[in-house]
Design a binder for this molecule. Sequence first.
Ligand code: C5P
Length: 230
Amino acid sequence: KRFWVVVPAAGSARRMGAAVPKQYLPLAGRTVIEWSLAPFLAHARTVAIVVVLAEQDQRWPQIAIAGDAKIATAIGGAERMDSVLAGLRALQDRAAPDDWVLVHDAARPCLSAGDLDRLLNELSNDDVGGLLAAPVVDTLKRADDGGRVLQTVPREKLWRALTPQMFRRDLLQRALQSAQAKGLAVTDEAQAIEALGLQPKLVAGDSDNVKITLPEDLPRAERILISRSA
Ligand code: C5P
């Protein structure tokens, strides 16, 4: 079976408060998105990568790897789900219905080669597919709008969903289209699969696989990347 990659990079990143979209911010000598794509560019089993861009994106052509033969682009939509569907449509004529598609955030620059390999190996023969995830280590509180605690949410059996998330092309497309038709606001691919009554498999991944969301996430990602190359 072949592996394809969709990288949604069409978000506006309001929480960063930066003029430059977060995937184009500088990080350890490159841009965030170059780090996010690197493990897939280097991997022999991934056939092609579709990077899904915002319609008004003018920065991508300036990225060093933009011309790489393994990379194609598509134009994204208003929600992450719309962007992933656009990426899947770009693969429709190339990938078989039961080929695997890995969806990885452009804003996750610290995916390790080891985690990627483990995801591929553990799910390649799975009926449903799944995702990298990390167990929750903090005690969780649900709060009211005033920041007062309503209750403690038991962290037992709770996981944080990371990316890549890996599903068959046809199943993922049907799941996302169905979520869209139902008006379901899904924040990851697995949630759309769950809505079909299926149970994605969690593959324990490194909690260093951080998503750049807030400005303070950048120095942390930089430390992680630098410590790896040391
Ligand atoms: O906003 P958030 O951090 O959840 O975004 C995760 C990823 O999804 C980012 O790489 C972002 O660029 C992408 N995205 C997208 N299209 C959207 C919203 C988010 O491609 N409409």
